[in-house]
Design a protein around this ligand. Structure first.
Ligand code: SF4
Length: 108
């Protein structure tokens, strides 16, 4: 199942991580929620393919270790989401549709 593009209306911010919001539910280590708002990564879908880290022209993503998560033990964290230029490459290359990019959402 892909990331919910309407997650900002369907979820609540429950935490902050590296300067970006974390949208719940979060129950570590099995359930990690969505990281980021402008550039959002559903950590519960991400399987650490790494294409987004390789392809992002402005290095928005960094690996974060997530031991014990059923999909993968590291995630592509949108640590520098404010640098995003909305090229949509990460959205296109993610094999499991874990990423949604929407600059308007960050301004809501
Ligand atoms: S949309 Fe482009 S610039 Fe923004 S995070 Fe994805 S790959 Fe990087």
């Amino acid at each position: 199942m892909p990331i919910d593009p309407d997650f900002a209306h369907n979820r609540d911010v429950v935490d902050e991580h590296e300067g970006h919001d974390v949208w719940g539910p979060v129950e570590e280590p099995e359930t990690l929620g969505i990281h980021g708002t402008h550039v959002a990564v559903d950590f519960d879908i991400c399987l650490a393919d790494g294409a987004c880290l390789e392809d992002c022209p402005v290095d928005v993503f960094e690996w974060v270790e997530t031991p014990g998560h059923p999909e993968s033990e590291r995630k592509a964290d949108p640590a520098n989401e404010s640098s995003c230029i909305d090229c949509m490459l990460c959205v296109d290359v993610c094999p499991v549709d874990a990423i949604d990019v929407n600059p308007a959402r960050a301004e809501e």
